[in-house]
Design a protein around this ligand. Sequence first.
Ligand code: SF4
Length: 192
Amino acid sequence: MYGASEGSFDELTQRRGAWRSFERGMAAARDANLPLRVSIVVTEDNAHEVDAMKALVEGWGLDHHVYTNMQPTFSGTGEPLLVQSTEFLRRRPVFEGCNAGVTFFHADPHARVSICKIGRDDQIDLMTEGLDGLRRLGEISDRLMLRTGGCSGCSLSGSCRVCRPLAKVYQEAKAPLNTYCQHGDTKEMVHR
Ligand code: SF4
C-alpha cells in the first residue's frame, strides 16, 4: 500500500489509476475472503499518511505491516533509497538467522528458484533440474549467509542487523551506510 488517497498513491507509483485498481483489487480480495495482510510502504512522499493508511486497513478488518526502511531493488540498484523518509528510518533488530532455503524458497515467473526473494544468486532452474534441484537449497543458503564480499572480516558481523544477501544489495547500490550497516550508525541511531 503506497498511500491513503488517489493523489499520493498515483504519484508514488507513477501510474494514473493505480489507486482505483488497488481499491478494486482489495475489495475483490476481501469479498473472496482471501487471507490478507497488507504491507504499508512508507516513503518521504506518503509519510504524512501513515496513520490514515493504517486506519483504512484496520477498517477493512485486516492485519498490516509497516515498512519504513527502503531497500535497494533486488538487482542492486538504489532508486528506492532516494525516497527514504529520514523521519521513519528505523534501526533494525540484530539479525538472528532465518530459514531461507530451508523451510521456504522463492520462485520467479520463469521457475528459477532462489533461497528467498533477496538472495537470488545461484538460482535453480526447475525446468531443467526438476524438483530434485531443490535439494541444493540448503547448501546454497549456507554459502550465501557467509560474511563474504564487502562484509569480509567485519568485527561487528556478530551483531549485524541485516543478512549477508541484504547487505550485498545495499553495497551494490552504494547505499549510505547508516541505512543498513553498524559502521554508519549515528549517535541518534545507537541510542534510539
Ligand atoms: S555491520 Fe556492516 S560490514 Fe559488518 S557484516 Fe553487517 S553489513 Fe557487513
